[in-house]
Design a protein around this ligand. Structure first.
Ligand SMILES: Cc1cc2nc3c(=O)[nH]c(=O)nc-3n(C[C@H](O)[C@H](O)[C@H](O)COP(=O)(O)O)c2cc1C
Length: 218
């Protein structure tokens, strides 16, 4: 697959099939992600692969938190929507309207998105990306580059993916089940697997016109 094709065809998959992902394929994806650039080649990332029993335990523990009405406390703080800049709020609003339009009614969209997030997308694999607590903000940028490289590699190798905040809402559960040292913090979880043919997966998010993003100065 050409790189431009991988870039254009990657999209967030919110429902995966039950088909497991081969360990060697996961290794290939992560090895390619390691080519991402980082500050002085610090490579701050660690990857914890939850699958099989450990992922089942995480899904059960998260479900219990959801039933108890707990929203979570991710290591990277969530900012209230009203505090974001006007432009980014408008983009998020457009995305939400797009989803409702895709499903025809607000209730259907809400139900489908809630079910997807509460089941952690039925993904057979979640790759949890951490960085040391002793890190500058630059390491978050590095982890982001690592994550995107990983998802493009996954696309190239026939796998669907979604990066989520949802999967890192309860870091204490993740530390315990995945045996992650206390001096690391969770940046995101990237679900991997085979995309299910489902309406939720046919939604495509839009992007701002290039002229609103790119500013030449010569
Ligand atoms: C850091 C990060 C966290 C995200 N968390 C979630 C999440 O918790 N739930 C979700 O459904 N999508 C999540 N997404 C996916 C975004 O909604 C998605 O990337 C965006 O709408 C663009 O769509 P696309 O990935 O299909 O191009 C997250 C994306 C990023 C980069």
């Amino acid at each position: 697959m050409k790189l431009t094709e991988a870039i254009n065809s990657r999209h967030s998959v919110r429902q995966f099939t039950d088909q497991p992902v081969d360990r060697d394929l996961i290794k290939k994806v992560v090895k390619l992600a390691q080519q991402a650039p980082s500050w002085v080649n610090s490579q701050p990332w660690q990857v914890y692969c939850a699958m099989g029993k450990s992922l089942a335990q995480i899904k059960t523990a998260y479900h219990e938190e959801d039933l108890a009405g707990n929203h979570g406390h991710p290591d990277l703080a969530v900012m209230s929507r009203e505090d974001w800049s006007d432009g980014t709020q408008a983009n998020m609003k457009q995305w939400r309207h797009g989803i409702v339009h895709h499903f025809a009614t607000f209730d259907e969209a809400h139900q489908q998105m809630t079910e997807a997030s509460q089941t952690l997308y039925n993904s057979p694999v979640i790759l949890y990306i951490t960085i040391p607590k002793a890190s500058p903000d630059w390491s978050i940028l590095d982890a982001g580059a690592f994550g995107q490289t990983l998802m493009l590699a996954a696309t190239d190798l026939g796998l669907g993916s979604i990066p989520t905040y949802n999967s890192v809402r309860f870091p204490d559960i993740l530390h315990q089940i995945l045996n992650v040292p206390d001096d690391e913090r969770f940046i995101e979880g990237i679900s991997l697997g085979y995309e299910k043919k489902a309406k939720i997966n046919s939604y495509r998010s839009e992007r701002r016109p290039l002229g609103e993003v790119l500013h030449f100065s010569d």
